[in-house]
Design a binder for this molecule. Structure first.
Ligand SMILES: [Fe+2]
Ligand SMILES: [Fe+2]
Length: 256
């Protein structure tokens, strides 16, 4: 039956999902942050007292969400790759191509991490978010390159054979123009000593890869080990300026 023809069916299904969610959560109430709802075009938040009134025997979730894969007590970057990033293929393929092209470990790591903003957090300004997350743990050349690929992606560099991506024309329309802050960051980047490192992310940032290519996170564990300063306390518990971002990724439905 066509669901749209029968709103009752949809609402019954929503109730069922709610029931299932509550069951899986046990004695806890998970809440959605305002940002999660904005993705559905709604500016709203659940009222704490109303939720408590509807679930008088339950407390709010203040830690791990049992619906998500569990994270170890001292998580590593690799744990986030395995348990929190929605897709690894693009990151692994870009890093594999950089490796095949003989780039330095810094460039390979930058390619491996360049879109973690998209894979694990948020699309808007993903390069800036991703760079901020890794900044305390990598060489500044790597985080600078990840931040800046956001802007460089929109500008060709024929000296290394990088054209404006056809995919952007398909995705955003032929008349899309990057916003002034992107243009400013691009212009600043052109004169920067790490320009080519970031440009190499763009060159190895590909979307039509050989579907039969075998890529595996294990192939990059050593490079991560040598170039990402994994905090002993676990990513998120080391009091770095971005530790809270990793905690949020670990516990996205904590009440506070
Ligand atoms: Fe990107
Ligand atoms: Fe990418």
């Amino acid at each position: 039956m066509n669901e749209h023809a029968n709103p009752q069916t949809l609402s019954a299904r929503a109730d069922e999902l709610e029931e299932k969610m509550m069951h899986e959560l046990g004695e806890r109430i998970a809440t959605k942050s305002v940002l999660f709802r904005m993705a559905d075009g709604e500016i709203a938040m659940e009222s704490g007292p109303a939720l408590r009134a509807a679930n008088p025997d339950k407390y709010f979730l203040m830690g791990a969400d049992p619906r998500l894969p569990p994270m170890p007590k001292k998580p590593t970057l690799i744990d986030f790759f395995k348990n929190r990033f929605a897709s690894l293929n693009h990151l692994l393929q870009s890093a594999a191509l950089a490796k095949k092209n003989g780039h330095s470990e810094k460039v390979i790591l930058a390619c491996l991490l360049h879109d973690i903003g998209v894979a694990g957090f948020i699309r808007c300004d993903h390069g800036y978010w991703g760079a901020q997350m890794i900044e305390p743990y990598v060489d500044e050349e790597v985080s600078w390159a990840v931040r800046t690929h956001q802007a460089l992606r929109f500008f060709p560099d024929t000296s290394v054979g990088y054209e404006y991506p056809q995919m952007y024309i398909d995705n955003f329309g032929a008349d899309y123009k990057p916003e002034p802050y992107i243009v400013r960051d691009y212009e600043r980047a052109r004169k920067h000593k790490y320009y080519m490192t970031s440009r190499m992310i763009c060159v190895n940032d590909i979307y039509s890869f050989d579907p039969n290519a075998k890529v595996n996170l294990d192939d990059f564990v050593d490079i991560v080990g040598r170039n990402f300063r994994q905090p002993e306390e676990g990513l998120g518990f080391d009091d770095s300026p971005s530790a809270h971002m990793w905690r949020t990724l670990m516990w996205p439905t904590r009440f506070l």
